[in-house]
Ligand binder design. Sequence first.
Ligand code: NAD
Length: 296
Amino acid sequence: MLLLDGKVASQAVKKELMIATGELIDQGKRPPHLAAVLVGNNGASETYVAGKVKFCAEIGYQSTLVRYADTIEEKELLDKIAELNKDDTVDGILVQLPLPKQISEAKVIDSISPDKDVDGFHPVSVGRLVQGLDTFIPATPFGILLMLEHFNLETKGKHAVVIGRSNIVGRPMSILLSSHIKYGNCTVTLCHSHTKNLAELTQQADIVVAALGRPEFVKANMIKEGAIIIDVGITRVDDISAPKGYRIKGDIDFKSVSEKASALTPVPGGVGLMTIAGLMKNTMNAYLRRQEQVID
Ligand code: NAD
């Protein structure tokens, strides 16, 4: 079985972006600049944002972290986004989700300029994705494409089953895998909480992308021999024997599935690392597009 190691694949993207940033600096230009907005102090969100800020520093990007207490009013957050939209030195804006109840996530996503929408959640970005136009691909599905590319896994003509239809992972992943792109051209089945006989569908899949948020849900008896399995799930499961009092679990039962799959991503150390790589590539693209150049 091929371990789809996110450390190795994300390192390759990191190196590429580091070189590209170095070249910009050598030309006397400023580096790409990502602004991250974090509301409240949700443990997982803190970890994700810290990982993004650290990655920026490592590849030479500028980053700005804007923090608010979870009591912030919606208007104050929208005003900040408007300010970041206008700031010419900011290339990408991300607002870490989830947001507290008093704030509409849809309104916040809508308020980010599509030119700076490096998370790819804005309706304009999603519309362009559906139409196969140049856009910002949401970071997790983008990271999965980068993973498939790194390990050169052929997808054309294969049957892919995506479990989960969220706007940030499952739905865009299903669109990309069915698109006429290098790591697309699959026949896609999109499954969700109302899907009947899920196992019958996953047993027919050449590729399974699990993004449902249920620890170790997909067992070996649900997959076909030799399938490619992408585990997006990240759930903290209480474990008093672990140093932090919890362990991170994916949606795939790694032990049993690894004996049957041809390729499998670990959790942690798989798709999570690729998500940050996807975000950073989007930020470089935002920077270059704003200067009317694009890298693919
Ligand atoms: P979500 O809760 O928004 O969506 C879950 C989806 O799974 C829903 O569409 C639901 O219909 C489906 N689902 C739930 N139970 C199901 C079942 N029994 N059978 C079939 N479908 C079922 O979640 P999300 O934001 O898409 O995240 C999914 C998981 O991926 C979570 O564990 C999340 O933490 C993780 N995640 C990881 C990354 C990463 O970088 N690795 C990024 C985003 C999310």
